[in-house]
Design a protein around this ligand. Structure first.
Ligand SMILES: [Zn+2]
Length: 279
């Protein structure tokens, strides 16, 4: 599942590789992932890419024409560069953007979710990123964490894109572990030291992930980079700091991984899935 570091490094690679190329054809494939009606996708044809930027987990393809393209891969989306473009329509195929230099950007989705989305927007329309929270590397983020009295669970708050953009359900586990903060505490309960640790931990976690992602080449299906996470999805394994077996709490859409010794004062958080199994 691509998160902010993956999308940032991908934007950098696409910009380096595709700026100057002209869009010549768009094949909407398989399922409808286009979220806009006007302007029409045809308005992109003939435009040259001038930049590829990222905001939260959205990519924006800026052109020298009247419109821009935005893309969101969601949880199971993948983007690949095809040289030359393939003619096959792979399972889960969403859209293929053809360029004038015999290359294509191909977007597909694995599994049954159909949440990959793209938008064709007037150049001055920010589109789906309107209303998103600050990025982790911004001053606004730091101010938020140092001053917020929010009473939601901190794990929930950090995953809420309208509060903080781009951390996601994997890196939130790593950042809270690194800061030695319980996923169930709230901003209102954090002392100044813990707030400072949280700012630093989030940024260090995202910076390390970005440095790792910058070693990748091509699209997102290329060679694996090894384990991305320090604690996320690693329940049952020893904590990287104290070797206590890490625990988890499972939810419908995500999982909390944490170390009881480092984060919750030894307390094991109730796991509803586990209690269902025990019944
Ligand atoms: Zn630990």
């Amino acid at each position: 599942m691509p998160e902010l570091p993956e999308m940032q490094a991908l934007a950098e690679r696409l910009e380096e590789s595709f700026v100057g190329a002209a869009l010549v054809k768009i094949d909407a494939l398989g399922f409808s992932s286009l979220k806009t009606v006007t302007p029409p996708p045809e308005a992109l044809i003939g435009s040259h890419l001038t930049a590829v930027t990222r905001r939260a987990k959205y990519l924006r393809f800026v052109t020298d024409g009247p419109v821009a393209l935005m893309l969101h891969l969601s949880q199971a989306g993948r983007l690949d560069i095809e040289i030359p473009p393939k003619r096959t329509k792979a399972k889960g195929a969403a859209v293929r953007f053809h360029f004038d230099d015999d290359r294509a950007i191909f977007v597909r989705e694995y599994g049954h979710e159909r949440k990959v989305a793209w938008w064709v927007l007037d150049a001055d329309d920010v589109g789906p990123v309107a209303g998103l929270g600050p990025e982790p590397d911004s001053d606004e983020f730091e101010t938020l964490i140092l001053t917020s009295g929010d009473k939601r669970r901190i794990h929930t708050l950090l995953r809420d894109q309208r509060t903080v953009a781009g951390i996601g359900r994997g890196y939130v586990n790593d950042a809270l572990h690194r800061a030695h903060i319980s996923p169930y505490t709230t901003m209102a309960k954090l002392d100044p030291d813990a707030r400072r640790r949280l700012v630093d931990a989030v940024r260090l976690t995202m910076d390390e992930a970005l440095a790792s992602e910058r070693q990748r080449r091509g699209g997102l299906s290329e060679a694996k980079l090894g384990e991305r996470f320090r604690v996320h999805n690693r329940h049952g394994l020893p904590c990287p700091e104290c070797e206590t077996p890490m625990r988890r709490v499972s939810f419908e859409s995500h999982e909390i991984t944490y170390c009881p010794t480092c984060q919750t004062g030894g307390k094991v958080l109730a796991d509803r899935r586990m209690s269902r199994l025990v019944k």
